[in-house]
Design a protein around this ligand. Sequence first.
Ligand SMILES: [Zn+2]
Length: 153
Amino acid sequence: MTSLMTKTADTLKTLRLGNDLTQDQLGEKVHVSRQAVSRWENGETMPGVDTLKELSQLFGVTINKLLGEPTRLVCQCCGMELDENSISSDPDGSANPDYCKWCYTEGEFVYKSLPELIGYLVEHVPLGNLTHEQAEKYFTEQLKELDYWKTAR
Ligand SMILES: [Zn+2]
């Protein structure tokens, strides 16, 4: 269990109790079983992305808040800020708050090496009037601190 999952578990439970709902009632509102709600609250699984959207509407909070504010959620591969439209899913359908859906797709990481990703970013992300080399240096500095690239790649 990651610490983020613990946070999500606590947040969901607090919001549910604050809204005076049983696990059954919450499950009914977002179309899942009571067991599913119980597994989220025990930190065993994460809700799916669509369910997270429903939960965020139901409780009137941002998805970032559900996933453990005040931590700012960024993709640990490319550094992009994560929201309900960019967050990735694990193959079992639960949301994966560590990566964006472009870096992590169907259980697979898209970028196998940092130069590969940086090559992509330099081509596709406008950075004012930085030269190609400056942009490469900028992205390298930004990305090498992210978890995905810190763990021996
Ligand atoms: Zn990413």
